[in-house]
Write a protein that binds this ligand. Structure first.
Ligand code: HEM
Ligand code: HEM
Length: 153
Protein backbone atom coordinates (compact mmCIF):
# COMPACT_ATOMS: atom_id res chain seq x y z
CA UNK A 1 0.00 0.00 0.00
CA UNK A 2 1.25 3.42 -0.82
CA UNK A 3 -1.68 5.72 -0.14
CA UNK A 4 -1.39 9.47 0.16
CA UNK A 5 -2.58 11.32 3.23
CA UNK A 6 -6.03 12.69 2.74
CA UNK A 7 -4.90 16.34 2.53
CA UNK A 8 -2.18 15.41 0.03
CA UNK A 9 -4.63 13.54 -2.18
CA UNK A 10 -7.14 16.41 -2.17
CA UNK A 11 -4.51 19.10 -2.60
CA UNK A 12 -2.97 17.25 -5.55
CA UNK A 13 -6.26 16.94 -7.43
CA UNK A 14 -7.31 20.51 -6.56
CA UNK A 15 -4.00 21.95 -7.81
CA UNK A 16 -3.86 19.89 -11.01
CA UNK A 17 -7.53 20.79 -11.65
CA UNK A 18 -6.80 24.48 -11.13
CA UNK A 19 -3.77 24.36 -13.44
CA UNK A 20 -5.73 22.63 -16.19
CA UNK A 21 -8.77 24.91 -15.80
CA UNK A 22 -6.79 28.17 -15.77
CA UNK A 23 -4.63 26.99 -18.69
CA UNK A 24 -7.63 25.92 -20.79
CA UNK A 25 -9.52 29.12 -20.01
CA UNK A 26 -6.48 31.15 -20.99
CA UNK A 27 -6.34 29.31 -24.34
CA UNK A 28 -10.06 29.96 -24.89
CA UNK A 29 -9.78 33.64 -24.03
CA UNK A 30 -6.58 34.15 -25.99
CA UNK A 31 -7.45 32.26 -29.16
CA UNK A 32 -11.26 32.31 -29.29
CA UNK A 33 -12.73 35.32 -27.49
CA UNK A 34 -9.65 37.40 -27.60
CA UNK A 35 -8.36 38.70 -30.80
CA UNK A 36 -5.45 37.79 -33.02
CA UNK A 37 -1.85 38.38 -32.04
CA UNK A 38 -1.99 41.92 -33.42
CA UNK A 39 -4.47 43.10 -30.78
CA UNK A 40 -4.07 43.81 -27.09
CA UNK A 41 -4.47 40.83 -24.72
CA UNK A 42 -7.91 40.37 -23.19
CA UNK A 43 -7.97 41.79 -19.61
CA UNK A 44 -8.76 38.31 -18.21
CA UNK A 45 -5.49 36.88 -19.55
CA UNK A 46 -3.09 38.30 -16.94
CA UNK A 47 -5.46 37.28 -14.13
CA UNK A 48 -5.71 33.74 -15.45
CA UNK A 49 -1.91 33.54 -15.63
CA UNK A 50 -1.58 34.93 -12.09
CA UNK A 51 -3.86 32.14 -10.90
CA UNK A 52 -2.02 29.62 -13.07
CA UNK A 53 1.35 30.78 -11.69
CA UNK A 54 0.14 30.52 -8.08
CA UNK A 55 -1.15 27.00 -8.72
CA UNK A 56 2.17 26.15 -10.43
CA UNK A 57 4.11 27.10 -7.27
CA UNK A 58 1.72 25.02 -5.17
CA UNK A 59 2.23 22.17 -7.68
CA UNK A 60 6.00 22.35 -7.15
CA UNK A 61 5.40 22.11 -3.41
CA UNK A 62 3.30 18.98 -4.00
CA UNK A 63 6.06 17.54 -6.20
CA UNK A 64 8.38 17.90 -3.20
CA UNK A 65 5.83 16.21 -0.92
CA UNK A 66 5.53 13.27 -3.34
CA UNK A 67 9.30 13.04 -3.91
CA UNK A 68 9.90 12.75 -0.17
CA UNK A 69 7.82 9.64 0.46
CA UNK A 70 5.32 8.49 -2.18
CA UNK A 71 7.73 7.98 -5.08
CA UNK A 72 10.52 6.12 -3.20
CA UNK A 73 7.98 4.03 -1.29
CA UNK A 74 6.04 3.24 -4.49
CA UNK A 75 9.29 2.35 -6.24
CA UNK A 76 10.32 -0.04 -3.46
CA UNK A 77 6.98 -1.77 -3.28
CA UNK A 78 6.96 -2.37 -7.04
CA UNK A 79 10.50 -3.81 -6.92
CA UNK A 80 11.01 -5.95 -3.86
CA UNK A 81 7.77 -7.74 -3.34
CA UNK A 82 7.19 -10.12 -6.27
CA UNK A 83 3.48 -10.49 -5.58
CA UNK A 84 2.94 -6.75 -5.49
CA UNK A 85 5.21 -6.22 -8.45
CA UNK A 86 2.93 -8.25 -10.62
CA UNK A 87 -0.11 -6.59 -9.22
CA UNK A 88 1.24 -3.05 -9.38
CA UNK A 89 3.55 -3.11 -12.40
CA UNK A 90 1.31 -0.67 -14.24
CA UNK A 91 1.51 1.66 -11.28
CA UNK A 92 5.25 1.97 -11.70
CA UNK A 93 4.96 2.72 -15.41
CA UNK A 94 2.26 5.36 -14.99
CA UNK A 95 4.07 6.79 -11.92
CA UNK A 96 7.26 7.17 -13.95
CA UNK A 97 5.31 8.74 -16.81
CA UNK A 98 3.79 11.23 -14.35
CA UNK A 99 7.29 12.15 -13.11
CA UNK A 100 8.57 12.63 -16.68
CA UNK A 101 5.54 14.70 -17.67
CA UNK A 102 5.95 16.78 -14.52
CA UNK A 103 9.55 17.60 -15.41
CA UNK A 104 8.60 18.45 -19.02
CA UNK A 105 5.69 20.67 -18.03
CA UNK A 106 7.73 22.55 -15.41
CA UNK A 107 10.61 23.02 -17.85
CA UNK A 108 8.33 24.30 -20.64
CA UNK A 109 6.58 26.58 -18.11
CA UNK A 110 9.97 27.95 -17.12
CA UNK A 111 10.80 28.59 -20.78
CA UNK A 112 7.48 30.39 -21.27
CA UNK A 113 8.16 32.65 -18.34
CA UNK A 114 11.84 33.46 -18.83
CA UNK A 115 13.02 32.57 -22.29
CA UNK A 116 10.45 32.15 -25.02
CA UNK A 117 11.33 34.31 -28.04
CA UNK A 118 8.24 35.70 -29.79
CA UNK A 119 8.33 33.40 -32.80
CA UNK A 120 8.66 30.29 -30.57
CA UNK A 121 6.21 31.30 -27.91
CA UNK A 122 3.02 29.86 -29.43
CA UNK A 123 4.67 26.49 -30.18
CA UNK A 124 6.13 26.21 -26.67
CA UNK A 125 2.79 27.29 -25.19
CA UNK A 126 0.82 24.65 -27.12
CA UNK A 127 3.35 21.91 -26.25
CA UNK A 128 3.27 22.98 -22.60
CA UNK A 129 -0.54 22.87 -22.50
CA UNK A 130 -0.66 19.49 -24.28
CA UNK A 131 1.88 17.95 -21.85
CA UNK A 132 -0.03 19.40 -18.90
CA UNK A 133 -3.32 17.97 -20.12
CA UNK A 134 -1.81 14.52 -20.65
CA UNK A 135 -0.47 14.71 -17.08
CA UNK A 136 -3.91 15.71 -15.78
CA UNK A 137 -5.56 12.83 -17.69
CA UNK A 138 -2.99 10.27 -16.53
CA UNK A 139 -3.25 11.18 -12.84
CA UNK A 140 -6.63 9.49 -12.25
CA UNK A 141 -5.50 6.43 -14.23
CA UNK A 142 -2.52 6.10 -11.92
CA UNK A 143 -4.09 7.04 -8.64
CA UNK A 144 -7.85 7.20 -8.44
CA UNK A 145 -9.26 5.95 -5.16
CA UNK A 146 -11.65 3.08 -5.78
CA UNK A 147 -14.00 1.70 -3.19
CA UNK A 148 -13.99 1.76 0.57
CA UNK A 149 -10.56 0.22 1.11
CA UNK A 150 -8.65 3.41 0.46
CA UNK A 151 -11.28 5.75 1.88
CA UNK A 152 -10.63 4.81 5.45
CA UNK A 153 -8.53 7.87 6.34
C1 HEM B 1 7.93 6.28 -10.08
C2 HEM B 1 7.02 7.01 -9.47
C3 HEM B 1 5.79 6.46 -8.78
C4 HEM B 1 5.51 5.20 -8.30
C5 HEM B 1 6.41 3.96 -8.37
C6 HEM B 1 4.18 5.23 -7.74
C7 HEM B 1 3.53 4.15 -7.17
C8 HEM B 1 2.26 4.14 -6.68
C9 HEM B 1 1.58 2.98 -6.15
C10 HEM B 1 2.20 1.57 -6.05
C11 HEM B 1 0.34 3.35 -5.80
C12 HEM B 1 -0.78 2.43 -5.28
C13 HEM B 1 -1.08 2.64 -3.86
C14 HEM B 1 -2.16 1.69 -3.37
O1 HEM B 1 -2.88 1.06 -4.15
O2 HEM B 1 -2.26 1.64 -2.14
C15 HEM B 1 0.21 4.77 -6.10
C16 HEM B 1 -0.93 5.54 -5.86
C17 HEM B 1 -1.05 6.89 -6.16
N1 HEM B 1 -0.09 7.68 -6.77
FE1 HEM B 1 1.77 7.10 -7.28
N2 HEM B 1 3.66 6.49 -7.86
C18 HEM B 1 4.62 7.28 -8.49
C19 HEM B 1 4.50 8.62 -8.83
C20 HEM B 1 3.36 9.40 -8.61
C21 HEM B 1 3.23 10.80 -8.99
C22 HEM B 1 4.33 11.63 -9.69
C23 HEM B 1 1.98 11.19 -8.62
C24 HEM B 1 1.30 12.54 -8.80
C25 HEM B 1 1.57 13.40 -9.77
C26 HEM B 1 1.32 10.05 -7.99
C27 HEM B 1 0.03 10.06 -7.48
C28 HEM B 1 -0.61 8.98 -6.89
C29 HEM B 1 -1.93 9.01 -6.33
C30 HEM B 1 -2.87 10.24 -6.26
C31 HEM B 1 -2.19 7.71 -5.84
C32 HEM B 1 -3.47 7.24 -5.12
C33 HEM B 1 -3.14 7.31 -3.65
C34 HEM B 1 -4.29 7.01 -2.71
O3 HEM B 1 -5.28 6.39 -3.10
O4 HEM B 1 -4.14 7.41 -1.54
N3 HEM B 1 2.20 8.98 -8.01
N4 HEM B 1 1.39 5.21 -6.64
C1 HEM C 1 -2.14 20.92 -15.96
C2 HEM C 1 -2.18 21.38 -17.15
C3 HEM C 1 -1.59 22.70 -17.63
C4 HEM C 1 -2.13 23.39 -18.68
C5 HEM C 1 -3.35 23.01 -19.53
C6 HEM C 1 -1.30 24.58 -18.84
C7 HEM C 1 -1.51 25.55 -19.80
C8 HEM C 1 -0.81 26.73 -19.92
C9 HEM C 1 -1.05 27.74 -20.92
C10 HEM C 1 -2.12 27.66 -22.02
C11 HEM C 1 -0.16 28.74 -20.71
C12 HEM C 1 0.00 30.02 -21.56
C13 HEM C 1 0.90 29.69 -22.73
C14 HEM C 1 1.37 30.86 -23.51
O1 HEM C 1 1.70 31.92 -22.92
O2 HEM C 1 1.45 30.72 -24.76
C15 HEM C 1 0.67 28.37 -19.59
C16 HEM C 1 1.69 29.14 -19.06
C17 HEM C 1 2.48 28.77 -18.01
N1 HEM C 1 2.39 27.59 -17.27
FE1 HEM C 1 1.04 26.11 -17.57
N2 HEM C 1 -0.29 24.57 -17.90
C18 HEM C 1 -0.43 23.44 -17.14
C19 HEM C 1 0.39 23.05 -16.08
C20 HEM C 1 1.48 23.79 -15.60
C21 HEM C 1 2.39 23.36 -14.57
C22 HEM C 1 2.33 21.99 -13.83
C23 HEM C 1 3.31 24.37 -14.38
C24 HEM C 1 4.50 24.45 -13.45
C25 HEM C 1 4.59 23.85 -12.28
C26 HEM C 1 2.97 25.43 -15.29
C27 HEM C 1 3.66 26.64 -15.39
C28 HEM C 1 3.38 27.63 -16.30
C29 HEM C 1 4.13 28.87 -16.40
C30 HEM C 1 5.33 29.31 -15.51
C31 HEM C 1 3.57 29.59 -17.46
C32 HEM C 1 4.00 30.97 -17.98
C33 HEM C 1 3.17 32.03 -17.28
C34 HEM C 1 3.30 33.39 -17.92
O3 HEM C 1 3.88 33.51 -18.98
O4 HEM C 1 2.78 34.34 -17.30
N3 HEM C 1 1.84 25.04 -16.02
N4 HEM C 1 0.25 27.13 -19.12
Amino acid sequence: MNPLKSWQYRALYAIVGLLAASGLLWLAVHYLWGAGAEQLPHPLEPWLMRLHGAAAFAGLFMAGVLAAAHVPQGWRMTTRNPRLRQHKAGQRRTGLALCALGVAVVFSGYLLFYFAPEDWRAAIGWSHAALGLVLAALLPLHGWRHGVRSRRR
